[in-house]
Design a protein around this ligand. Structure first.
Ligand SMILES: Cc1ncc(COP(=O)(O)O)c(C=O)c1O
Length: 452
């Protein structure tokens, strides 16, 4: 296989190496300071202190080397500090750091908007709003949908994560703790079940299912709770991320699109996690042959620089000056990092995401077959989840085991994270190679064996 351009020829340096007990003494100093001064609301699973990183490898202050099978958190799409991305950032920083795109013009923002408009699914001309994060990309989509339709209700899915600002949080239904104590939410949001077929809310099997979760929308919600003519938008992750890396059937997404069209409802695809090659296509929604009205991006788009993008048909994004804006959104450095990221994706990383995603699932298949605690392995491209259960027949979730596997892998030098209550999430940088996939799968296999 052709080596992705910026992996070093030294294979050993591309794999983890743990030299100290974890956390090591220098890492401890950071952890102590953090405990005293940093908000405790962050959700650290294990005490990794990152000092430097390159490709798929993160090094801590004690010289321990970790294989990052999270890409930060599905962010470092081109790997850590890709030399071409670093150069784009450095060159742009030396030229122009800020000249708010809200008030002035610069070419990086226009060029990136043109590129995203060309790439986004659908034939209609597009326009792009730039912000700094996933939550802001979603806020923009919510406001645009309300403004354009003159309607107020938003429909979102159980298990969804759309961010933590009040609008995005009101759509989020991933963990009750994320909403606890922050009420009232933005009113007029209704949550419905997602097509989480491994744990169907309606106890259907693929054979007996007729997409009952959408029948619930049309026959119960639309008839008993909300008239569809009051609904501004349905917001969905084409593949649920924080909720457990859940891939819905194609028919579900296509039927949802048909329902939204029938009632003049906007379909918002939140591709903050699934977009930009993560799921083996530039946008995960392409797996379903569906074109949304509004598409939200962040995370992987700028290889680690903060950037949120909300893309919509130009006829839709016709709001007036001042209706929505952001001081820092679409800053020139992030835009240049995004342009380089997209170039690298088109020149090989998208294909590598597909190729390595297939290989990853092949490597996990025997584990799924023989391990009594692996309930489900699912995903597209390099967005793969392993759902752990106590018993394959009862499907009783095994959240403690999931957490132990994540911790054990950290001790072995492999960084993975959880998603949903009991799923292991695998979202490595799109430059990952076979040896690194083998290393991560071996660490997971060994951890499961040791914990059995
Ligand atoms: C699908 C999705 N939408 C929105 C967000 C929020 O992004 P941010 O943390 O950049 O605000 C996330 C973050 O995990 C996400 O996965």
């Amino acid at each position: 296989m052709k080596r992705p351009s910026h992996t070093a020829p030294d294979e050993a340096a591309q794999l983890p190496k743990i030299l100290t007990a974890l956390p090591g003494p220098k890492a401890r100093e950071v952890l102590e300071m953090d405990a005293q001064y940093v908000s405790p609301s962050y959700t650290r699973s294990y005490p990794l202190v990152a000092q430097s990183a390159a490709g798929c490898i993160v090094t801590d202050p004690d010289g321990n080397r970790f294989l990052d099978f999270n890409a930060g958190i599905a962010v470092c799409s081109t790997g850590h500090c890709h030399p071409e991305v670093v150069k784009s950032i450095q060159d742009q920083a030396a030229r122009l750091i800020h000249m708010s795109g809200t008030d002035f013009y610069y070419s990086a923002q226009s060029r990136l908007a043109r590129k995203l408009a060309e790439l986004a699914p659908g034939e209609a001309p597009k326009k792009v709003f730039f912000s700094n994060s996933g939550a802001e990309a979603v806020e923009c989509a919510m406001k645009l949908a309300r403004y354009k339709t003159g309607r107020t209700v938003m429909i979102a899915f159980i298990g969804a994560f759309h961010g933590r600002t009040m609008g995005a949080l009101s759509l989020t239904a991933s963990k009750a703790l994320q909403r606890k104590g922050f009420a009232p939410m933005v009113p007029q949001v209704v949550h419905i079940p997602y097509a989480y077929c491994y744990r169907c809310e309606f106890s259907k099997t693929p054979q007996s299912c007729s997409i009952d979760c959408l029948r619930y929308l049309t026959d119960t919600i639309f008839k008993k709770i909300v008239d569809p003519s009051d609904v501004a938008a349905i917001v969905m992750e084409p593949i649920q991320g924080e909720g457990g890396y859940v891939v819905p059937p194609k028919e579900f997404v296509q039927r949802l699109r048909a329902i939204t069209k029938e009632h003049g409802i906007m379909l918002i695809a939140d591709e903050v996690q699934s977009g930009i090659g993560r799921a083996g296509k530039m946008f995960a929604i392409e797996h379903f042959d569906v074109v949304p009205d509004i598409l939200c991006l962040a995370k992987g788009i700028a290889s680690g620089m903060p950037l949120g993008c909300t893309i919509a048909d130009a006829s839709l994004m016709d709001w007036k000056p001042g209706m929505h804006a952001s001081t820092f959104g679409g800053n020139p450095i992030s835009c240049e990092a995004a342009l380089k990221t997209l170039e690298l994706l088109e020149n090989g990383l998208l294909a590598n995401s597909r190729r390595m995603g297939k290989y990853l699932k092949e490597r996990l298949a025997p584990l799924q077959k023989k391990s009594p605690v692996v309930g489900d392995v699912r995903g597209e491209g390099l967005m793969v989840g392993i759902e752990l259960v106590r018993d394959r027949k009862t499907k009783q979730p095994a959240p403690e085991l999931r957490d132990q596997v994540v911790d054990r892998c950290f001790e072995k030098g492999v960084l993975i994270l959880g998603c949903g209550p009991n799923t292991v999430r695998l979202s490595p940088p799109l430059i990952v190679n076979r040896a690194q996939v083998d290393c991560a799968v071996t660490a997971i296999e060994q951890s499961l064996r040791e914990l059995a």
